[in-house]
Design a protein around this ligand. Structure first.
Ligand code: SF4
Ligand code: SF4
Length: 215
């Protein structure tokens, strides 16, 4: 398995961009218009608000229905997922993981530790399936408690929040995200190819798995 840490020292004399180019190159790069290749607070807010619309009513509903102790398992799973499981199967393949520093600076997982080494190759099919299973567990876990506890108002708000969140992901976030091999990613191949021409570490790792850049 490929495992490469990119260092700012790889590029002498200039700060490094997320695609391993001198930051000064970003000024002339058209990809900055279509990709979230730099962390911006507005991207984090747009990602987070619909998630909270789903998450907060779910938590209130679980507590109101008397099943609050199950939140220990729920939060425990989330800690495991975000710091260990998702961190490896999804984030370790993301260009944000290659940045300097021990924590992520991205729109979705800002501040979480980089638990693993950077893996510039794309997600495997198994990792894509595992990621979807993990997301389903996080989204689906509260639902049975809300139904059994007859918390129908919280259930409705939470389901609307989940739908809204998925819409925001698919209509905006996933159309700009640079973790191209995530199963939810919606970047067209020609943009992916253009990015890979900038990011030589990632290009090499992708081509070793059989990926081909179109002529
Ligand atoms: S793709 Fe790379 S060079 Fe282009 S704007 Fe993004 S970080 Fe900068
Ligand atoms: S952008 Fe997404 S895949 Fe990349 S590090 Fe952040 S949460 Fe992980």
């Amino acid at each position: 398995m490929n495992s490469e840490k990119i260092s700012a020292n790889d590029i002498q004399g200039d700060a490094m961009s997320i695609c391993n180019q001198p930051l000064s190159e970003c000024n002339d790069c058209g990809l900055s218009e279509v990709l979230m290749c730099k962390y911006e607070v507005k991207d984090a807010i747009i990602f987070l608000i619909p998630f909270l619309i789903a998450f907060i009513p779910a938590i209130i509903g679980i507590i109101s229905s008397g099943y609050g102790l199950w939140l220990i398992a729920y939060f425990g799973f989330m800690i495991f997922f975000f710091i260990v499981w998702e961190n490896r199967i999804l984030c370790s393949h993301c260009p944000y993981y290659a940045e300097e520093g021990k924590t992520l600076r991205c729109h979705a997982n800002y501040g979480l530790p980089k638990t693993w080494n950077y893996h510039p190759e794309p997600l495997s099919r198994s990792e894509q399936i595992q990621f979807l299973i993990g997301v389903l567990i996080i989204v689906g876990f509260p639902m049975p408690f809300l139904i059994i506890g007859e918390q129908y108002l919280m259930l409705t708000i939470s389901v609307v929040g989940v739908i809204l969140w998925l819409c925001v992901l698919q209509l905006r976030t996933c159309k700009k995200c640079i973790n191209f091999s995530c199963p939810l990613n919606r970047i067209p191949k020609k943009i992916v190819d253009e990015y890979l021409k900038h990011n030589k570490v990632m290009r090499s790792a992708w081509e070793k798995t059989g990926y081909r850049i179109a002529d």
